[in-house]
Design a binder for this molecule. Structure first.
Ligand code: GCV
Length: 679
């Protein structure tokens, strides 16, 4: 039975296909190694009900007949030969013989990940005699971003209050943080930013001694699990905290202020990964205030962190949020590229740009930002959102690896049809290589809070797990991850198979009953849950669809706002032509008449009606499928998820009816299939 708190690391008696030796020999190492050894023995206890005895000093174990050997690759390879490749940074190899189990890390983190993977595979029934596996993470940076505020709230959080803060201060249960760190590490995460990128109120004090002392406790727990922390800072700190007259990045007093501040911070957290910065964005201060560039701003901070080995992660979510809806020349989708492409090559070596996956803001369907592929001389990573801001608030089920798989397969650079000249996002993810468009990793805004099941909707746990797995290996499919997660959480059972099926239905259903064909921003303003079809039409945020009685969408081709021209030439060609543009993005790129004929031979309008009826029906099917699990699941879990599916269906109904009515009223054209559309 499922204990929701334990996520994908359930306590469940399994029948292993191998004997697990009772003795563990572990190489002497640091605290991550010690943690790895403890995780191994606790994990065996969790799955098999006994705890192997641990003995240090790996060499004396060579004569031992049956034993587990945990250590670093150079040491373990003296004991046994591996046929798989030597692991790279943070990677591992696992080998199971008739008598022994060997887990060898490239480094201490690699060993920890190897232990966690061994335990997952054991739980999934995939370990047998002769088993051998080598695996190295594809992305060096696998980051979780928290948007937690010091008052305990979480911006865009849907699973209770912050794990870290309350009433303006750090306030955490240490056991819960340890469990959280374990879950993250078991999914392969190696960095966590601990506070909201909107650094307001007491969060500004995080870089003062009083707060840093408490942050060390948090950092110490994460450290044991191989996770380094980032701090989000406010660019205006020199004046808001330091009482200087400005925060101008070229002002010597400001430069000195940050250098001193960095020294103080690293005194408390010597392995701090660095700063995360949202500047000149949605009201946050930044270098534009002083007519400086974002390179000036980021490099100034980077110089302060450089002596301590820290990096600056600088977000590219910079756009004008004071737009005039009357002005049709200004297109928010162009902003990140326009702001950052001209600065390519101007950032210091320890600056990494963090770019939202799409040009807008975590919408249900967006193209991949054209900055990917365009930046060749600046380190950068991709930002995703696990928390379901625009995807149903963890009330609606929306299994995000479904769309992340599409993002990973997006052709960033494509020249002709030759495979060799094709670079998808996943082909570009990897260690930084100067002069290439490599993406050094992923960051994602997390979906957890103090709710006992961590994520509010129990099935939203799959999104957290899925992110970690995908960050480790961006070539994994949504289906593979769903299968793995369901079986780890619910055991190898028919229930797990049905849950996998439900997960895989959820994203297409959500996409269909919400905004159609990549149109974006038809959500309720502010909350971003439920329909608000014209909620953003006349606002300052720059996200308009401009539907009238004839047509909908924005022409983003060279004849329109020119956004398509930011892509590589082949992509620009494909997106510019409605006959080659992917259908699910056609309204992101084009303004189309309602009678435009889509690939399936139906008009755009009929496709809008059809997808909304279908999406609603699919939400209803998910609810029915869930009901068939009543007797297979713990009653609490069954009921809490059931109530969310019921709320989801009500939401889907609102979306379907409001969207269909809206377009019926605009056009006066009825549904060809004669279904009920309210007037
Ligand atoms: C943290 C969107 C969200 C904001 C968020 C912002 C960002 O606009 O609605 O809540 O602020 O993105 O990514 O900085």
């Amino acid at each position: 039975m499922l204990n929701e708190y334990d996520l994908w690391m359930q306590k469940r008696k399994i029948t292993a296909a191998i004997n697990i030796p009772e003795i563990v020999f572990a190489q002497d190492g640091g605290e991550i190694t010690n943690q790895a050894v403890m995780e191994f023995t606790n994990g065996i206890q969790r799955l098999l009900g006994f705890s192997p005895k641990e003995r240090i000093n790996i060499n004396s174990g060579q004569t031992e007949r049956q034993a587990v050997f945990l250590g670093l690759f150079p040491e373990i390879k003296k004991l046994v030969s591996f046929s798989c490749m030597e692991p790279g940074a943070e990677g591992f190899v696992i080998k199971v013989t008739e008598t022994n189990i060997y887990i060898a890390g490239h480094d201490e983190r690699g060993l920890l990940y190897g232990v966690f993977r061994f335990l997952s595979l054991l739980s999934l029934g995939q370990i047998s005699y002769g088993f051998e596996l080598g695996d190295t993470p594809v992305s060096p940076l696998r980051i979780i971003n928290h948007w937690d505020n010091f008052d305990g709230t979480i911006e865009r959080g849907y699973a209770g209050n912050s794990l870290f803060y309350k009433d303006g201060h750090f306030d955490f249960e240490i056991q819960r943080i340890e469990d959280y760190a374990r879950f993250l590490a078991s999914a392969g995460i190696n960095r966590v930013s601990i506070n909201n990128v909107n650094v307001r109120a007491n969060a500004k004090l995080l870089i003062t001694e009083e707060y840093l002392k408490e942050a060390t406790v948090l950092a110490a727990v994460f450290r044991r699990f191989g996770i380094r922390i980032f701090i989000s800072i406010n660019f205006g700190a020199p004046y808001s905290l330091g009482k200087l007259p400005s925060a101008d990045p070229l002002d010597p007093a400001v430069i000195m202020w940050w250098k001193n501040r960095a020294a103080l911070i690293f005194k408390y957290i010597p392995d701090l990964a660095g700063f995360l910065v949202k500047a000149d964005s949605e009201g946050e201060p930044g270098p534009f205030q002083y007519n400086r560039t974002h390179a000036d701003g980021a490099n100034m901070l980077a110089e302060a962190l450089e002596p301590f080995g820290g990096v600056v992660i600088w977000r590219c979510f910079v756009y004008n949020c004071q737009q005039d809806w009357r002005d049709k020349n200004f297109d928010r989708a162009c902003a990140a590229y326009n702001n950052f492409k001209p600065l390519d090559g101007k950032f210091n070596k320890n600056v990494i740009l963090q770019i939202k996956f799409g040009p807008y803001d975590f919408q249900v369907r967006e193209p991949v930002s054209p900055l990917f592929g365009a930046l060749k001389n600046t380190r950068h990573i991709m930002e995703l959102q696990i928390t379901q801001e625009y995807t149903g608030h963890q009330i609606d089920l929306c299994y995000l690896p479904w769309v992340w798989e599409d993002i990973m397969n997006f052709d960033v650079i494509k020249t002709g049809n030759d495979e060799k000249n094709r670079y998808r996002v996943r082909d570009l993810i990897g260690p930084n290589k100067e002069g290439t468009a490599n993406i050094e990793g992923l960051a994602a805004v997390v979906n957890v809070g103090l709710d006992r099941n961590w994520t509010g909707h129990t099935l939203a746990q799959a999104n957290l797990y899925g992110y970690g797995r995908l960050a480790w290996n961006p070539s994994l499919t949504a289906k593979e991850i769903a299968g793995e997660w369901s079986a780890l959480s619910f055991g190898a059972s028919q229930a797990a198979q049905k849950i996998e099926e439900i997960l895989l239905k959820s994203y297409p259903a959500y996409e269909k009953y919400t905004s159609p064909f990549g149109i974006c921003f038809m959500v309720t303003p502010g909350s971003h849950y439920g329909p608000g079809i014209e909620g953003y039409e006349f606002s300052r945020w720059g996200t308009y669809h401009r539907a009238d009685l004839h047509a909908i969408g924005i022409d983003r081709t060279a004849k329109g706002t020119g956004f398509t021209e930011q892509f590589s030439a082949d992509n620009a060609g494909i997106f510019s032509d409605p006959s080659t543009c992917p259908q699910n993005l056609i309204l992101f790129f084009h303004r189309l008449h309602y009678d435009f004929i889509m690939k399936n031979g139906q008009t755009l309008l009929q496709n809008i009606y059809d997808t909304h009826f279908e999406g609603y029906d699919e939400a209803a099917q998910m609810l029915e499928l869930w009901k068939t699990l009543k007797d297979s699941l713990e009653s609490d879990v069954y009921k809490s998820v059931l109530s969310r599916f019921e709320r989801q269906l009500a939401n889907a109904r609102e979306w379907k009816d409001q969207i269909n009515t809206y377009f019926w009223r605009k056009t006066g054209i009825s549904d060809a299939k004669g279904r009920k559309i309210y007037e």
